[in-house]
Design a protein around this ligand. Structure first.
Ligand code: SF4
Length: 390
């Protein structure tokens, strides 16, 4: 097997070389000769303060072809930092690696990982599992929604690592946590495999498989190497029939001529294939990125119109569309979703309280359907819990 986004160079840190996950990846990338390295730093690390935008773009692109297998030695589990002066959806993050071989025009990793762009897969999965276990068990009355898709696509390497075969059954045994696997791939073969599903129907109970979705135009022009809209739909259908709940992230909404019809069509196509009861949650949010990323996007994607919209510097230090346009777009997609069903659990990711008031008519806990997303307490089935706060 081989995929267009797979790396052309494989590095393996000395102390990771015998980890089962490393051995599996080395075997499956058998056409590459692994280079054993003793230095733990990123081989493409930017050591000076600044560099011309052309070099920065080149280094980031080079990082997407270089994969380093190494052990992670930092803190595994963190509360999502959110963004200042915006409403936070209470997600915890755990990163099984760093960097993404797919290549979306608007990807924030172009600024976030600009100093360390080499792709990484962490091979000490047992430490990751132990860290989650300790944290979640230390607070049994708290509810943890944990995502693995913050600085890496959750499933992009799953056919090399088989990580989901460990994580999904592990989460099914946790009474107060749910795992969110967030992806733009259709890499679900492990999730729907006999090896997974023969473990019983409970195995899928605490995992939500989420897709970032966008207008078809954006999918085809600005999301290089990702699965097509149709491939994602087909993957959603398969995981839903295997018993998983599905998450959707309309993020980032992008303004272009004909955007209303395009997003309306995306919603229509999704719900011609999924039932509203298949859905765990849906987030909606508009384009945002750090100002420093503007030139890098222009350099790396000269054909794209994404960097040339009506963006301005917002209060949180990110480039965003002017507020009336941003609210119009979020409101439009929100209403399209609510036309499917009023009880669809739709929320806004990284939007201000003012946006919530304008679109939802109140705070995010207003609807019963959103309690899972904003829950702070365990015993999720007891959704009437009145002490859940935002
Ligand atoms: S799939 Fe996500 S992480 Fe990967 S390049 Fe696209 S936006 Fe970035």
């Amino acid at each position: 097997m081989n995929s267009p986004h797979w790396p052309s160079e494989l590095l393996v840190a000395e102390d990771a070389a015998n980890d089962p996950l490393a051995l599996r990846v080395i075997e499956r990338l058998g056409h590459l000769e692994p280079e054993i390295v003793s230095d733990h730093g990123d081989p493409l690390r930017l050591s000076k303060n600044k560099e011309p935008v052309g070099e920065q773009a080149e280094r980031f692109t080079a990082g997407k072809k270089k994969l380093l297998l190494c052990r992670y030695k930092g803190e595994w589990m963190r509360a999502c930092p959110g963004t200042s002066s915006h409403v936070c959806c209470n997600l915890w993050t755990v990163n099984p690696g760093e960097g993404c071989p797919l290549d979306c025009t608007y990807c924030y990793l172009q600024s976030y990982l600009k100093r360390n762009p080499t792709l990484k897969i962490y091979t000490n999965t047992e430490d990751l599992i132990e860290a989650i276990s300790q944290r979640v068990n230390s607070e049994p009355s708290r509810y943890f929604r944990i995502g693995t898709g913050e600085v890496i696509d959750s499933l992009v390497w799953d056919d090399l690592t088989d990580s989901s075969l460990e994580l999904v059954p592990f989460f099914s045994r946790l009474p107060n946590a749910v795992l969110e696997l967030k992806t733009k791939t259709a890499n679900i073969s492990n999730l729907v495999s006999n090896e997974m599903l023969s473990q019983g129907s409970r195995v899928t109970s605490n995992t939500v498989v989420s897709w970032s979705v966008n207008a078809l135009e954006i999918n085809s022009k600005d999301e290089r190497y990702t699965a097509s809209f149709e491939q994602r739909l087909s993957a959603m259908e398969q995981v839903a029939s295997a018993g998983y709940r599905v998450g959707l992230h309309f993020d980032p909404l992008i303004h272009f001529k004909g955007w209303e019809d395009a997003y309306s069509e995306a919603v229509r196509r999704i719900f011609s294939r999924l039932k509203d009861s298949d859905i765990a949650w849906i987030s909606v949010s508009s384009l945002r990125y750090k100002p420093e990323m503007q030139e890098v996007m222009e350099e790396r994607f000269p054909e794209s119109s994404v960097p040339y919209g009506e963006q301005f510097l917002a209060k949180d230090g990110k480039m965003r569309y002017v507020q009336p346009l941003r609210l119009k777009m979020v409101n439009f997609v929100w209403n399209e979703l609510k036309k499917v069903s009023k009880t669809l659990p739709v929320y806004m990711c990284m939007e201000s309280s003012a946006a919530w008031r304008s679109i939802n008519g109140g705070a995010p806990v207003a609807g019963e359907e959103l309690k899972e997303v904003f829950a702070r307490k365990a015993r999720l089935k007891v959704l009437g819990d009145s002490d859940q706060r935002v």
